[in-house]
Ligand binder design. Structure first.
Ligand SMILES: Cc1cc2nc3c(=O)[nH]c(=O)nc-3n(C[C@H](O)[C@H](O)[C@H](O)COP(=O)(O)OP(=O)(O)OC[C@H]3O[C@@H](n4cnc5c(N)ncnc54)[C@H](O)[C@@H]3O)c2cc1C
Length: 421
């Protein structure tokens, strides 16, 4: 039994499409033909597009650059930013076409990796809050992968409470001078640019004195320190800023009104994570169970079916949301709900991957063990990244269930007067 069957004919199992119009069917055929001409079909364990934990920094960098190359190939072929306006480098198509392309691409051994998430996040911030000049300059470079970006939001004292952040930017003529520290910045070691939120006015309430600014990562005074994770790879970094000078023209939106683009990024990030990776995790687990002879085990069978059912439900939820958005209607549930559900699914499937393989999951270095280790160690990435599950539940409780608001001891107090360690 192969580690992974070719997925060419089963992407629809993960996200089922609604009945397609003739135009959409024609677009699907065109996209498929382009992909066949430009990419190889996925075959299994040797696929480079499978997410792995590269412990060698050179290998990680090479993987990142390969993802960037694929982004450039899609851009040149007219398949990047499918629903974005043409003047910003997009195709001028529909969000349904964007989804069709994603479904078709899932059958091929290609990925834009982390770059895809930054296109979603920064793309949303620039399109909603950027000046016309910023959109025309940055969006095509973002879509083509010419500029690779990182998110510079979290700080040692500000994650869930992001608006409490302390990195300071002080105006000096046509520039801002930035000092402070960010942390957990994915792939900052490979990024050309960062989108950052900084404090420009400490004497107003915490959400009011923030500014969203674009920073050239080669600017003097920036130090990027990779953080080594449990599996030996360095996806995250600490980034230190010492008197870093950034043109005031790089501010997105208004000075002191950076919370608006920041919220746009967080909403786009949450939606991106909720959309899943397209990986057929349930099928991978079933393949492993067959290989190790656990598919007849009564407990393993219960858990395999549970994983499959959950994956089906999250696929249907994602489709329901997409259809509502397409019809211009309010989705029947919030994006936060989908992310909460996915986070729980990922936790369960990570645990199951390791239970199926037993000790081999942690000591072997074959592709099954490699994949299982990644599922185990990364199983909390969705429940922490882009906002934690606990904070997500608070938000759903307040907005959807009308529960009393979470305790906020700093309400109405200027940021500079809030006690901090
Ligand atoms: C895979 C991944 C990628 C990431 N990438 C980036 C990136 O590129 N750029 C970036 O800036 N950051 C990034 N982050 C950081 C991420 O945004 C933060 O880890 C997250 O916002 C949580 O903040 P924190 O780690 O400071 O935890 P804290 O906010 O300190 O939370 C600690 C614990 O307290 C709980 N908690 C906090 N407040 C409440 C509350 N009000 N009610 C109930 N429980 C609460 C939390 O749920 C959590 O369990 C990434 C994180 C992950 C896991």
């Amino acid at each position: 039994m192969s580690y992974r069957e070719p997925v060419s004919d089963r992407s629809s199992e993960v996200t089922e499409s609604p009945k397609e119009s003739a135009e959409d069917a024609a677009f699907r055929a065109e996209a498929r033909a382009w992909l066949e001409a430009n990419a190889e079909l996925r075959t299994g364990k040797d696929d480079w597009s499978l997410q792995r934990h590269h412990t060698d920094p050179e290998a990680l960098r090479a993987y990142f650059e390969r993802c960037r190359d694929w982004q450039r190939t899609m851009f040149e072929g007219g398949y990047a930013g499918i629903s974005w306006a043409q003047e910003y480098g997009g195709r001028g198509g529909t969000s349904q076409q964007a989804r069709i392309f994603k479904e078709e691409m899932a059958a091929f051994d290609v990925t834009a990796g982390f770059i895809d998430s930054t296109i979603t996040m920064l793309g949303a911030a620039l399109r909603f809050h950027g000046s016309e000049e910023q959109k025309r300059h940055y969006l095509p470079r973002l879509l083509s992968g010419e500029d690779a970006w990182c998110q510079l939001f979290s700080e040692p004292g500000a994650g869930s409470d992001l608006a409490g952040l302390a990195a300071r930017a002080v105006r000096d003529g046509d520039e801002f001078v930035i000092n402070g520290q960010k942390v957990w910045n994915s792939m900052a070691q490979a990024a050309d640019w960062g989108f950052m939120v900084v404090r420009t006015d400490p004497d107003v309430v915490k959400h009011a004195g923030l500014t969203f600014i674009l920073v050239d990562m080669t600017s003097p005074g920036i130090e990027v320190r990779p953080l080594v994770q449990a599996h030996g790879a360095s996806h995250f970094n600490e980034v230190f800023f010492s008197d870093v000078r950034v043109p005031a023209a790089n501010v997105v939106g208004e000075v002191d009104d950076g919370w608006a683009p920041t919220r746009t990024v967080m909403a786009a990030e949450s939606q991106f994570i909720g959309g899943g990776t397209g990986d057929d995790i349930a099928q991978n687990l079933i393949d492993i169970a067959r290989r190790v002879g656990s598919d007849g085990d009564p407990v393993a069978r219960q858990e395999l079916v549970d994983t499959w059912v959950r994956q089906k439900i999250s696929g249907w939820m994602a489709t329901t949301m997409m259809l509502a958005v397409r019809r211009g209607e309010q989705p029947p549930f919030s994006g936060a709900l989908l992310k909460l559900f996915m986070a729980e699914n990922r936790r369960r499937s990570g645990d199951l991957a390791v239970r199926l393989l037993g000790p081999a999951a942690t000591v072997d270095v074959d592709p099954d063990a490699d994949w299982a280790q990644l599922q185990l160690i990364n199983r909390f990435s969705i429940s922490i990244g882009g906002g934690t599950t606990e904070v997500g539940r608070n938000n759903v409780g307040e907005r959807d269930l009308g529960l009393p608001r979470d305790i906020r001891v700093d309400r109405g107090i200027p940021w500079s007067e809030i006690p901090r360690s």
